[in-house]
Design a binder for this molecule. Structure first.
Ligand code: C5P
Ligand code: C5P
Ligand code: C5P
Length: 465
């Protein structure tokens, strides 16, 4: 069946329901997914209740009530269908909207999964948006949230941004008027909120010699270019406010700086998505900062605040979220530093580090992703962490990159297989996956994953094992 048919069937199932419970993931994609659906259903006059979980695991299932509502599992569920079955839910009371690799079970749950249609670059928020649009074509104002979810889950391609069906969603937002696409824009966090020298000084991917890690050097660099950096009231411009010509001048000087130091320029630019209907100089002005704001809420156990922001709350919820964002960014910076300072243990096919109970299990995956580009990026990275509320369990996060995928690496397969062998459970994507395992099996688990990755690269290239 085609994607459109699956989407239509999902919309019909929803229309037939008396009430709906959305069970969604706590990250930016999960939060935007929930908001798209909850708003679309409320517009249909339907009763909706939402539950956020950090992962669909046995403990989390307790939050899924056994009532008459249709259970919409979003941004999760595809990889945990046997858990849904064990919970006693039948095929006619469940609908899964997901983009994770499926682990089917005896019950054939209805599902819309982008992966089933060969689409690897569209997140759950994209799927949810298509369903919302099938419910009513006026829901295209929600395309903006779908773009936030997709950007949050890193679905954009370097240089050309969102592609395929996710690109069509961008076009809906452009048509509606709440998205502006900027191709070949500066690929740097904070273009809507930070003075430009701060934005550049904090940017280290790409690493720009003489600028990264030093806001004062970044300021001197900009001053030498003769660009107007302050407004008429003496306040700093943010990147988004600069004149087009000044932006071009800075980008070309940064490119020259990279080339002069023998570095690649491909990470300097990216397509960005600006939201003109949001207040200027806030984290809501572009998709990347918006997604990070939602992640900050969800990963620090306040996904509901993120949900209120997606529904337009620009008062208390936004203020709370801004505080969480500042905290989130400080902690992930500390986490990255901790991983780099502690150092990883390298096995033949993975590198790993244990962060103990120093950082919450909900953010270690972000640290793994950030550390990989600074370590041996050819070797997938694993971060193990203690779970404070479940001392018998260890959380595992793994990240790799397109280079390794092309050489046979599949982290989802590796973690599903290795965690099942030690009595745990895992899932995710080829490029990013996670698992929960019994604490006592950590050593065996690491070794198993290493052997599985060795097997994967051997079967992709027999000369390279
Ligand atoms: O649950 P989950 O979908 O949240 O995992 C999202 C993570 O997967 C993100 O941290 C993102 O970095 C990573 N990811 C990625 N590239 C993809 C898909 C996911 O980096 N194509
Ligand atoms: O790897 P994963 O997709 O979980 O991480 C993506 C998220 O990581 C982003 O949405 C953002 O919240 C966070 N992040 C960040 N600053 C960075 C890199 C990632 O806040 N420099
Ligand atoms: O937690 P982390 O960000 O490392 O998760 C990476 C990916 O693995 C996510 O897509 C997440 O949903 C998935 N995952 C999973 N089962 C787990 C842990 C993570 O499917 N037990």
């Amino acid at each position: 069946m085609g994607l459109e048919t699956d989407v239509r069937r999902a919309a019909d199932l929803i229309c037939e329901a008396d009430s709906v419970t959305i069970v969604s993931h706590i990250d930016a994609d999960g939060i935007s997914t929930e908001s798209i659906l909850a708003q679309a259903l409320a517009r249909e006059g339907m009763t909706v209740k939402s539950v956020f979980v950090r992962q669909l695991e046995p403990m989390a299932m307790r939050h899924v009530e056994k009532d008459d509502s249709l259970k919409l599992f979003t941004d999760l569920g595809a990889g945990q269908q046997s858990l849904i079955e064990e919970h006693g839910l039948s095929a006619d009371e469940v609908l899964i909207l997901d983009h994770h690799v499926s682990q089917p079970c005896g019950t054939a749950y209805p599902q819309v999964n982008s992966l089933d249609h060969g689409i690897t670059r569209m997140s759950a928020a994209g799927v949810a948006y298509l369903v919302a649009k099938a419910l009513d074509s006026t829901n295209i104002d929600l395309a903006k949230l779908a773009v936030v979810g997709n950007v949050g889950d890193m679905m954009a391609r370097e240089n050309c941004g969102l592609v395929g069906p996710a690109r069509e969603i961008v076009s809906d937002g452009v048509e509606y008027g709440n998205i502006i696409v900027q191709s070949r824009d500066l690929n740097c966090y904070g273009t809507s909120t930070r003075p430009i020298h701060v934005c550049l000084g904090y940017c280290d991917d790409p690493y720009i010699d003489g600028i990264s890690n030093s806001t004062s050097s970044a300021l001197r660099f900009l001053e030498r270019l003769g660009v107007t950096l302050k407004n008429s009231r003496g306040g700093w411009f943010v990147w988004e406010e600069l004149a087009f010509e000044d932006r071009r001048r800075i980008i070309s000087a940064l490119a020259q700086q990279l080339i002069a130091h023998g570095r690649e320029t491909d990470r300097l630019l990216a397509e960005t998505y600006i939201f003109p209907d949001e207040p200027e100089r806030t984290a809501l002005r572009n998709a990347s900062e918006y997604a990070t704001l939602l992640n900050a809420c969800g990963r620090w156990a306040r996904p509901g605040i993120g949900g209120r922001i997606c529904r337009g709350d620009r008062g208390d919820a936004y203020r709370d979220a801004e505080q969480m964002l500042a905290h989130h960014r400080t902690i992930i910076r500390d986490l990255l530093q901790y991983i780099l300072d502690t150092g990883v243990t390298e096995l033949s096919h993975i590198q790993y580090v244990h962060t103990g109970d120093k950082f919450p299990d909900t953010i270690v995956g972000i640290g793994a992703g950030m550390a990989l580009s600074k370590l041996n990026w050819r070797k997938p990275i694993m971060v193990l962490s203690a779970m404070v509320d479940e001392p018998e369990t260890t959380k595992v996060s793994m990240r790799t990159n397109e280079w390794a995928l092309a050489r046979g690496v599949d982290l989802q397969e590796a973690l599903v297989e290795a965690s099942a062998a030690v009595g745990g459970a895992g899932g995710g994507h080829r490029i990013a996956a996670g698992a929960f395992i019994p604490k006592t099996t950590e050593e065996e688990f690491v070794d198993r994953v290493n052997r599985i990755l060795k097997r994967q690269s051997a079967s992709a290239d027999p000369d390279n094992s």
